[in-house]
Design a protein around this ligand. Structure first.
Ligand code: HEC
Length: 204
């Protein structure tokens, strides 16, 4: 028996014209057929179901993905249609550490590790650069607006709503606030009493 390798050049020769003809005169792919197939429109009638409605009720116990499962200030960063001014969940050191970690993974690539908008990505983004988060106007935003940018995205910025859970989003907001304080300084008399006393003692 001849080794199969010896047949290969023959095969190629034979298939060549076939392949060439496929390329030029093959049937067009009909990608529109799924759009054009017989189907019902919303609110139409159908004999298929007893109540004749095309639109069905969701099965019992189904939860819509975007249903608010908590108060709107926590879930959306808004109260009475306005952005909240204060972070609506209790803050803690571990939470701030988590925010730092999440920020460095998800925000720093564009907004810079210091939040000042200096990054390789920013350098190369032409349409709209990621703004500094530690200078005006973002510096003066209520925390709810920062939260919403994370939860829903903003303009050219993608949403992080499916990547970061509600508490993680607030932890990132808290860390952005910390970066803002670090960059812009804090008035001593706005510090919480124990921190102020300790600081004054240590500086004396
Ligand atoms: C892919 C790059 C990119 C990443 C990653 C990114 N941003 Fe942005 N961000 C942008 C750009 C670009 C804008 C400006 C969008 C515009 O104006 O269209 C923006 C705008 C913002 C604003 C201003 C929104 C407003 O209401 O004006 C905030 C606050 C913000 N980002 C926070 C964050 C935080 C926090 C993270 C991390 C969870 C993050 N961004 C991740 C690119 C990014």
């Amino acid at each position: 028996m001849k080794p199969i390798a010896a047949l290969l050049p023959l095969l190629v020769l034979a298939a060549g014209p076939l392949l060439a003809s496929c390329k030029n005169s093959g049937p067009e792919m009909d990608f529109e057929r799924m759009v054009n197939q017989a189907h019902f429109e919303y609110y139409e009638e159908t004999p298929f179901f007893e109540d004749r409605r095309v639109m069905r009720e969701p099965p019992p116990g189904t939860v819509p993905r975007d249903r608010l499962l908590g108060p709107p200030d926590v879930m959306n960063g808004t109260a009475d249609g306005k952005f909240v001014e204060a972070i609506p969940i209790p803050l803690s050191r571990p939470m701030l550490d988590e925010g730092q970690g999440r920020f460095q993974v998800f925000c720093a690539p564009c907004h810079g590790a210091a939040g000042d908008g200096v990054s390789v990505v920013a350098n190369n983004m032409e349409l709209r650069k990621p703004p500094s988060l530690v200078a005006a106007p973002v510096l003066d935003y209520p925390v709810g607006r920062i939260y919403q940018a994370i939860a829903q995205g903003y303009g050219l910025m993608p949403t992080y709503g499916s990547t970061l859970g509600v508490e993680e989003r607030w932890s990132v907001v808290a860390y952005v606030r910390a970066l803002q304080l670090r960059t812009n300084g804090v008035a001593v008399d706005t510090l919480p009493e124990p921190v102020r006393v300790r600081m004054q003692k240590e500086l004396r």
